[in-house]
Design a protein around this ligand. Structure first.
Ligand code: ATP
Length: 925
């Protein structure tokens, strides 16, 4: 910013903003610090300054991607073979082979493009979001839309979306390692004014794109975006990251290599046998090369990527965004899901239902965030209190006359960062922007007529809520110039800081009995699933937050709010159990609240218990690992506790999914096998540490993702089984024929064609198979189980034998009876293709028959089979292609045989499923 830069690179016309007072920067940028800029202004600025994005290195051009398809050695051998046969005058063969090679490359290219596009779409979904104020309203914007002059709000855990001059800061520290290499978070002060030329690492009043807020809260004015930011200057071009292959893809590639070696060995033997039989060298060579090409499942990596990427898209529709491809595999073998309570198991829609103030308990009516409701006094808890004397049992209370009640509700409403805004037209629906717990307190305050926005009041400083401290405070200067601190937080924490209590407007010392009585009420409210907060205040607190203002407080009351469990979670929990997955609740809330919610959701099984944070702290890691299976709920747990719980489960060989939202959750989320971040309430730091983000913060979405993950893995296995048994069958056919001393039962061109029609569309369509209905009724797949499981290997073997057998039968029938190799080959060619296409239907499930699955439940596969089948028919029928593929007219008898033999494998497999099921039972099969 020292140098004048052109507008399009995103630098605002403010030189060295850190050397100016915040107010000067605000004035120079023509912004209202409270209201932000208007949407119209933002649009204009966006045109002037460009998007807030770092320029990317150019993408790989299409021609190169296409060329990459032909980098395979096999392909080149094939091309050489085609050239040789061309040179020998077999020009039809030569051209046809080249055409097939080309077609193969193009199909591979499209498969990869499809996968790439699916992945890019997913990446777009996880684009960063910034919190800005525009037209006076807080907005969540894609970070790319920020413009210089935007007012942004920052909280612990947020990525800094652009370079900004701070205008307000409460205990903000920023992790700047990415930019300056400094590993310790740096403290930031909006009030500082620095000399021009201050090095980047010392600019205390600025925050920079690419760094992360580690703690506190701040407001800033964007001074530079995109390439105009300090990050933009350093990284002139953002590297494009090609996605790394997943372990599964790597294992498949390794498998592919083994298959190549085996195939080449067998092909070598076939070649030798043919030559020894006196066949022409060139013919034998062509057969060998074609067989090698046909037998190697070169489409597999692309199909697997498509299966993964499309599976991920399905997950997105079910609100789970997987950020790392390998996680899909891990998802399928998850055995434990540790979940936060608030917002994940519950709806995070808080409504204050009870208040304890001045020793009296009140009931609050009303639902949701509409600020309409009444107060009733609970007669049994009523103590002598002049203020409320007017109220009678079970009668409505006029809050304007209940001083203690109003004070408690005002404390909750003022110690607050949330906002309540009407949604839609009129005031029909209300929405909370910010923390719903705080929103509920505003709503309760409004119900009691508390003035929420008093122009005369101003915030002196704030100690933001932090789930470790479990409390939050705000120091406010009133119209009369006096300052008051308002605090709220977990009741036991608040009570610890209190020395007095307000009753009927008077300050009384807080006796030990009263403390006990309040804690008892707290426990009783919590046991009814209420989330309880303690409220307190202090007159004339220290002027600096560093002097421990949260001490010597006056207790003013408790509020109990309901946060209903999400309806769908109960079912999801049951589904987990059926799937052999153990659900665990980890919450910052009170043990009684946690237990009550866990019971409602069926999360706590016979013999399982609740462990509060302090008890957990006393346990050694070994003790925890020993007991972990018996603990269903952890309450008042901290982020470190989460990490220990993950480690304890993992030490027992379990595969753990763990949710998190706050900055402190990042280590536990990272340590879990599947780290899950909350999309709505989660911080950027946690999202970045995670493998998966829930776009609706809902526990049920985790379970859905596991279901999809299992389905995707199944599909990959199905494709693998289908392709490998096809190839195995072809090799067997060729091998057996050479052993029998017969001519090659398939021509090179026929082999290549088979490879094209069976490995192409049907295999791709198989990867789109919807998850089978019982995926969540079987135990998780062992994490260390090879993708090529024994069952899969067995199926590949016997189904391969089937295909080889019908091919050989077709050839043998005609060749032995008519001694016509061409006619025999033509029949074999058709039998193999049709048998494969029909077998794809049986490959849809290893245990379920087509009748059970429903013929039309995978329409892609039907389409693939029809299209491929018609292609094959046209090859067999059209005169010109008959010539190319060496296929004469089939006689009706030949056709009949083709139909019977082509139907044999699919029928045998389907019958096999039924037999196996009868013998072993549905699960074992
Ligand atoms: P979970 O970990 O399941 O999401 P949680 O949201 O209840 O649980 P925290 O947000 O860490 O966990 O809250 C812990 C405790 O801190 C709550 O039980 C409540 O007493 C208190 N608390 C929550 N929100 C606030 C807030 N905004 N201000 C003050 N105290 C709060």
């Amino acid at each position: 910013m020292e140098s004048q830069s052109t507008a399009r690179d995103g630098s605002a016309p403010v030189d060295v903003p850190y050397s100016l007072a915040a107010s000067e920067v605000v004035a120079l940028l023509g912004v209202d610090q409270e209201r932000g800029i208007s949407e119209r202004e933002a649009l204009e600025r966006s045109e002037r300054f460009g998007p807030n994005r770092l320029a990317e290195a150019p993408a790989v051009p299409i021609w190169r991607k296409l060329a990459n398809q032909f980098r395979d050695l096999m392909i080149w051998i094939l091309v050489v073979a085609a050239v040789i046969s061309g040179a020998l005058g077999e020009w039809i063969d030569s051209v046809a082979i080249l055409a097939i090679v080309l077609l193969n490359g193009v199909i591979g290219f499209f498969q990869e493009e499809r996968a790439g596009r699916a992945l890019a779409a997913l990446q777009k979904l996880s684009a960063p979001i910034a919190k800005a104020v525009r037209d006076g309203l807080p907005r969540m914007l894609p970070a790319g839309e920020l413009v210089p002059g935007d007012v942004i709000e920052l909280e612990a855990g947020d990525n800094i979306p652009a370079d900004a001059r701070l205008v307000q800061s409460f205990g903000v520290t920023v992790q700047e390692a990415a930019l300056t290499g400094e590993s310790v978070p740096v403290r930031k002060e909006a009030g500082a004014i620095l000399a021009a030329g201050t090095p980047l690492g010392d600019r205390r009043n600025m925050v920079h794109m690419g760094t992360v807020a580690a703690s506190g809260k701040a407001r800033g004015i964007v001074v530079a975006t995109g390439m105009g930011t300090e990050l933009g200057r350093i990284a002139r071009l953002l590297e494009r990251h090609e996605p790394e292959p997943t372990p599964l893809q790597r294992r498949l590639a390794a498998l592919g290599r083994v298959l190549i070696v085996i195939t080449l060995a067998i092909v070598g033997v076939i070649f030798l046998l043919q030559v020894l039989r006196g066949g022409a060298l060139i013919e034998a060579f062509m057969t060998a090369v074609s067989l090698a090409v046909a037998a190697v499942p070169e489409g597999l990596p692309a199909i697997v990527t498509v299966a993964l990427a499309l599976g991920l898209q399905r997950m997105v529709k079910r609100n789970a965004l997987v950020r790392k491809l390998p996680s899909v595999e891990t998802l399928g073998s998850v055995t434990v899901i540790c979940s936060d309570k608030t917002g994940t198991l519950t709806r995070n829609e808080m409504t204050v239902q009870e208040v304890l103030a001045g020793g009296t308990r009140y009931r609050v009516t009303g639902t949701g965030y509409a600020p309409r409701g009444e107060f009733f006094m609970d007669g049994s808890s009523r103590t002598a209190e002049p203020d409320t004397a007017a109220a009678t049992e079970d009668a409505a209370v006029d809050p304007s006359r209940a001083g203690d009640l109003r004070l408690a509700l005002a404390t909750g409403a003022w110690c607050n960062s949330a906002r309540l805004v009407p949604e839609g037209d009129g005031e029909v629906a209300w929405k909370v922007i910010g923390d719903p717990t705080e929103g509920a307190l505003i709503v309760a305050g409004l119900k009691a007529g508390v003035e929420i926005h008093d122009r005369g009041r101003s915030v002196v400083y704030e100690i933001p809520f932090d789930s470790e401290r479990k409390a939050m405070s705000v120091v406010v200067r009133g119209g009369d110039g006096r300052t008051v601190l308002y605090t709220k937080g977990a009741p036991e924490i608040i009570l610890d800081k209190c020395v007095a209590e307000r009753v009927a407007g008077e300050v009384r010392p807080l006796s030990a009995e009263r403390r006990q009585a309040i804690l008892k009420t707290n426990g009783e409210m919590a046991s009814r699933a209420l989330r309880v907060l303690g409220l307190a205040r202090r007159d004339d607190p220290p002027i600096s937050p560093a002097d421990d203002p949260e001490s010597r407080l006056e207790f003013v009351g408790l509020v109990g709010m309901i946060d209903p469990p999400r309806e769908e979670v109960r079912e999801a929990v049951a589904k987990c159990r059926a799937a052999g997955i153990r659900p665990v609740m980890i919450t910052g809330d009170h043990p009684a609240t946690a237990l009550a919610v866990a019971r409602k959701l069926g999360m706590i099984a016979e013999g399982q218990r609740v462990v509060p944070g302090p008890e957990l702290e006393r346990m050694s890691d070994e003790q925890l690992a020993r007991q972990v299976e018996g603990i269903a709920v952890y309450a008042r747990a901290s982020a470190e506790d989460k990490l220990r719980i993950v480690q304890a489960w993992r030490s027992r060989g379990e595969v753990v999914a763990m949710t998190g939202d706050g900055v402190n959750d990042a280590p536990a989320v990272r340590a879990a096998d599947i780290g899950i971040a909350m999309g709505v309430t989660g911080t950027d730091v946690t999202k970045e540490a995670s493998d998966m983000v829930l776009t609706d913060d809902n526990f049920a979405s985790i379970v859905n993702a596991v279901e999809e993950g299992r389905g995707i893995f199944d599909n990959i296995q199905k494709v693998l089984q289908f392709l490998l048994s096809c190839n195995f069958g072809e090799i067997l056919l060729m091998f057996a024929a050479s052993l029998a001393g017969w001519p090659a039962p398939l021509l090179p061109i026929q082999l290549l064609w088979i490879n094209l029609v069976t490995d192409g569309l049907p295999a791709l369509a198989l990867s789109l198979e919807p998850p089978e209905p019982d995926v969540m009724q079987r135990p998780p797949r062992p994490a260390n189980e090879s993708i090529l499981s024994p069952r899969l290997g067995w199926n590949i073997a016997w189904q391969g034998v089937l295909v080889g057998f019908v091919g050989l039968a077709a050839f043998g029938f005609i060749y032995l009876r008519h001694a016509d190799a061409e006619r025999a080959r033509a029949a074999t060619f058709c039998v193999v293709v049709y048998a494969e296409l029909l077998r794809a239907l049986a490959a849809r499930s290893p245990t379920r028959t087509l009748g059970e699955l429903g013929l039309f439940t995978n329409p892609h596969l039907l389409l693939a089979i029809v299209v491929s089948g018609m292609l094959q028919a046209s090859v067999a029928i059209m005169p010109w292609s008959q010539r190319v593929f060496g296929v004469p007219w089939h006689t009706p008898a030949d056709w009949a045989m083709i139909v019977v033999l082509a139907l044999t494998p699919v029928t045998a497999i389907e019958v096999g499923k039924l037999v196996l099921r009868r013998r072993l039972g549905p699960v074992a099969a």
